[in-house]
Ligand binder design. Structure first.
Ligand code: FE
Length: 324
């Protein structure tokens, strides 16, 4: 699992929980198993949210662990042109590549450790495809797509695309030096990641060596979720076990604790987790596929707008398609 790795982790800033004023570590309210399904043209995803009531994960709408999969030649799949409205997608590639194109003219290659931010807002059409090269030769593919809801006031924001290079994430380490934390979005203990969503969130990827402990302060007004991408360990004040493909929903408090199990299997030598939280929006959510709105009428309108081409289309840029 490469994402961003560090040669000398001990040189990184330390994230820790202040011991002067005793912190209240959040406990685990429940653990949910991700379902395995397919997305787009048929790439495998693990999806933990269907088993959770929306309020517990608000402002997040969807969390997809894409892969991890080793494609054989000709096997790689993506998601061709499709619309979105009413939220933001955050795509974080851990291994492999996705080529993104959208109707605002935005686009680029998202590779190992990069993050791509797309504010669908009022409406966008985009495609997320493996590069030709990966289709031809096969290869490893592993990433995460997160959908962050927009409150009614910003659902109609202008669509926007941001490319965030792997090297721009904020890197931190645990006090014991055994955990590396990459802050992808929002803020963790005063260290800001490069991505800023309309809805305040904190989004980090931590890699814990066997036996390592990671303590981080966590905003009390945010909810808190820990999703295990790989390996095993424990979470929360009561050290509840968590393994690959499971999501922990935490209760109230102002700090999080995650520990790597001492014995990891040889395929996944580290415990890799996503730390996720945000300020709940608290508005009604009506979702229909790629549209996330507040009312049913707005969904009907979104479908009509898409069908009438009002969310735009992806301009043709391949050679021979005309003047550039
Ligand atoms: Fe999409």
């Amino acid at each position: 699992m490469p994402a961003v790795t560090v040669q000398q982790p001990l040189s990184l800033p330390v994230v820790h929980v202040d011991e002067v004023t005793p912190a209240h570590y959040r406990g685990v309210a429940r653990v949910v198993e991700a379902i395995k399904t397919f997305e787009g043209e048929g790439f495998p995803v693990r999806r933990p949210f269907p088993g959770v009531e929306r309020a517990a994960v608000d402002p997040f709408i969807l969390l997809d662990q894409m892969g991890e999969v080793q494609y054989a030649p000709g096997e790689a799949r993506g998601a061709p042109d499709h619309p979105h409205r009413g939220f933001e997608t955050v795509t974080y590639m851990i291994d492999g590549e996705f080529v993104h194109r959208d109707s605002t003219g935005g686009g680029g290659v998202i590779a190992n450790g990069d993050t791509q931010w797309m504010t669908a807002g009022a409406g966008i059409v985009h495609s997320e495809m493996p590069p030709e090269r990966l289709v031809r030769s096969g290869g490893l593919f592993h990433g995460v797509q997160l959908w962050v809801n927009l409150p009614a006031a910003t659902k109609w924001a202008r669509p926007r695309y941001q490319d965030i290079a792997a090297r721009s994430v904020a890197l931190l380490r645990s006090k014991d030096g055994g955990a590396l934390v990459r802050v992808i979005a929002g803020d963790l203990a005063g260290h800001a990641g490069p991505g800023m969503t309309y809805t305040p969130i904190t989004y980090a990827h931590a890699t814990l060596l066997p036996g390592a402990r990671l303590d981080v302060p966590w905003r009390a007004d945010f909810n808190a979720l820990v999703y295990a991408l790989g390996g095993s360990g424990s979470v929360g004040a009561d050290a509840i076990p968590l393994r690959s493909g499971q999501l922990a929903i935490l209760g109230a408090g102002d700090a999080l604790r995650v520990e790597g199990a001492v014995g990891q299997d040889s395929r996944t030598p580290t415990f890799d987790v996503l730390l996720l939280g945000g300020r709940p929006i608290g508005e009604p959510v009506v979702q229909y596929g790629p549209f996330v709105m507040n009312t049913r009428e707005e969904i009907v309108q979104a479908i009509a707008d898409y069908q009438a081409g009002r969310m735009g289309r992806i301009p043709a840029t391949h050679a021979g398609a005309g003047p550039r």
